[in-house]
Design a binder for this molecule. Structure first.
Ligand code: UDX
Length: 444
């Protein structure tokens, strides 16, 4: 089998948003460590730096995306345009690779690059989809596809406590509010790509979402391979699109154990100046030390933090540290960090779980609402911030980090970390899943 792997070539079709690029590169490293040759095809925007990964071949395809696609408040707009613009160049690219190598063992594409699925099928190649979000999100796809009305009942007629706690009906109503044409089309495409791929890889752990996984397995024709948490399981890689500011680690070194609230809303979320001001005063009034990531351009209409209110810096002094981008995994593993105020992106969620850090959740769009529901209602390792008002922020931070009321949450977060560590052990399920994936790739 080893010899066969050495000559086997896998093509990965990546989407270059940070939260998607990282798990795809981690998967590439894992497969490479098992002897596969790797080619990564990616759109031009946010191109990964090939010199960080000399072991892979990178091919960039034109995406014709402009600034206006990203500044659109509709989160689905760049994804919809990406697929529309990349389909033809992707097809030519795969044909070229096939022509020169004569054989591609498998094409693994991100769910967001759904246009890769029909192309792969037309070329007679083995197509596998990587779902970088949770398995639970897949419960929504049959319901969103709209083509499959009877499946909607199948998804919502759920008796298990885990799935009832997710409040799927409420979330579906929330996600359906103001759904744009692009959003609706993208969701139908997601449902189809999951239905038509030969296997689905999910960056998750069986014990985290057992009921959702078993429900999804009932309607998915393809095998589901849970291979997470990729950031712990794959060899360490450099995947940050922004430069990490290490000064926050020396600042953390000076803080008391479990005293710091780390605040980061991932790589895509934007908010208004008024929200920045409430966050700033909430952090200041909580009296807890805080490490806050504010990406350049994150606050609408501002370059960076020039909209912070007068008197804020004086009031927090050395108690606050603001950076443009942090080494997040290192931060979450730091002994001084006692809580993570997050937008509940899936990567942030599993990174926090693996370090036993309880979460304060403020979801903005898409899967972040569902992840928040899992964090707060199913695993009970976080609190949802319902209202972005300074007094509420102050109270919720204290509840999460110091008040007696938060004891249970903090304890459950540690318990879940231990479960994840056990799951990752040599004989754990993640290694079995990788073997299953390799077998699937080599089966054709
Ligand atoms: C996007 C969507 O917003 C999210 O809902 C979906 O689940 C994945 O795609 P993003 O917003 O970037 O992702 O959030 P997340 O999934 O949490 O990924 C962010 C990544 O950037 C994490 O791996 C995190 O460690 C990293 N990060 C973030 C840093 O390294 N430094 C930072 O300062 C902030």
């Amino acid at each position: 089998m080893e010899k066969q792997q050495k000559s086997s070539h896998v093509v990965l079709v990546m989407v270059t948003f940070q939260g998607h690029l990282t798990p795809m590169l981690q998967l590439a490293s894992l497969l490479h460590s098992k002897g596969f040759s790797i080619t990564i095809v990616h759109p031009e925007f946010n191109s990964p730096n090939p010199s960080n990964h000399p072991e892979f071949t990178f091919i960039s395809i034109p995406d014709k995306l402009t600034e206006s696609h990203f500044s659109d408040k509709d989160a689905a707009s760049p994804v919809w345009n990406l697929n529309k613009n990349c389909a033809a160049p992707l097809q030519q690219c795969l044909e070229k690779i096939l022509h020169s190598l004569h054989h591609i063992a498998a094409v693994i594409y991100d769910t967001l690059m759904y246009s890769a699925q029909p192309i792969t099928e037309d070329l007679g190649l083995l197509g596998i989809v990587l779902r970088t979000g949770s398995a639970t999100t897949m419960l929504f796809y049959p319901a969103f596809s709209q083509l499959d009305e009877e499946r909607i009942d199948f998804v919502y007629e759920i008796k298990s406590p885990e799935l009832q706690a997710l409040q799927l009906k409420r979330l579906r109503a929330l996600l359906s509010q103001n759904a744009t044409k692009a959003m609706t089309e993208v969701r139908v495409a997601f449902a189809n790509v999951l239905k038509r791929s030969s296997a689905i890889i999910v960056n998750s752990m069986e014990f985290l979402e057992p009921e959702a996984l078993s429900k999804v397995k009932q309607y998915s024709p393809a095998p589901i391979i849970t291979i997470g948490p990729l950031h712990k399981f794959a060899p360490a890689i450099c995947s940050s699109l922004l430069t990490e500011d290490d000064k926050c680690i020396s600042w953390l070194n000076k803080q008391a154990p479990k005293s710091v609230i780390y605040v980061s809303f991932g790589s895509i979320v934007n908010f208004d100046k008024e929200e920045l001001i409430e966050i700033a005063w909430g952090l200041s009034n909580s009296k807890q030390p805080f490490l806050w990531v504010v990406r350049p351009g994150m606050v609408r209409g501002s370059e960076w933090i020039e909209s912070l209110p007068n008197g804020f810096e004086e009031s927090v002094g050395e108690r606050g540290c603001i950076v443009k981008w942090a080494p997040q995994k290192e931060v979450l593993a730091h002994a001084a960090v006692g809580g993570f105020w997050t937008h509940s992106g899936w990567n942030s969620t599993i990174e926090s779980i693996c370090e036993g850090v309880p979460m304060l959740c403020r979801p903005f769009f898409g899967d972040q609402h569902l992840n928040t529901s899992s964090i707060c209602n199913v695993w009970k390792i976080g609190l949802e911030l319902q209202n972005l008002e300074r007094g509420n922020i102050e109270r919720t931070i204290k509840r999460l980090l110091v008040d007696m009321e938060g004891n249970g949450i903090r304890k459950r977060a540690i318990d879940l970390k231990e479960k994840a560590a056990f799951y990752l052990m040599e004989e754990g399920s993640t290694s079995c899943s990788l073997n299953k994936l390799i077998k699937h790739i080599l089966s054709v």
